[in-house]
Design a protein around this ligand. Structure first.
Ligand code: SF4
Length: 150
């Protein structure tokens, strides 16, 4: 006779569940005025933490891609940097074996036009500490005050 067992999650698995829920909440409720380059780099790093390491484009490529995206936010990205980002993301998209790698690369490829504008904005106004981000690729969201009757 077989005994039915329901394995309980390890402390690490329980911790990961909480982290994933916190990330999902942050993504759903975060401001839309944050820097696209910083968010893209953070998303690529998140995918890199999930990499199983089997294929090189994902294991190594995502780390390098995040470092290249950091250059945009730092205001040091050149046209060569942007070309490398596009080339690297395309290589990862075509060479990764599963959605962890391909979706991270697709996210960057889809955002390339915005990231190019972002790079120009950051290069024109060197990076300053938060909350004074020079990022103008996406207009800042400001509260609109209206008085009753207007
Ligand atoms: S793309 Fe998928 S299979 Fe390849 S290293 Fe990343 S997680 Fe592993």
């Amino acid at each position: 006779m077989y005994r039915l067992t329901v394995p309980s999650p390890t402390p690490a698995q329980g911790s990961m569940e909480k982290i994933y829920h916190a990330i999902a909440r942050r993504g759903a409720s975060g401001p839309v005025s944050v820097c696209p380059a910083e968010m893209a780099a953070a998303a690529v790093r998140l995918c890199h933490t999930q990499s199983c390491g089997k294929c090189v484009p994902c294991r190594i490529g995502l780390r390098v891609l995040a470092e290249e995206l950091d250059k945009i936010a730092a205001g040091t990205a050149t046209e060569k940097t942007l070309a490398e980002i596009e080339s690297l993301a395309s290589a990862i998209h075509g060479g990764a074996d599963c959605a962890i790698g391909t979706e991270a690369a697709a996210l960057v490829l889809e955002q390339l036009p915005v990231l190019k504008r972002d790079a120009e904005a950051h290069a024109a106004a060197p990076a300053r500490p938060r909350p004074f981000s020079p990022c103008r690729a996406r207009p800042a969201v400001r509260p609109v005050w209206t008085s009753p009757g207007t």
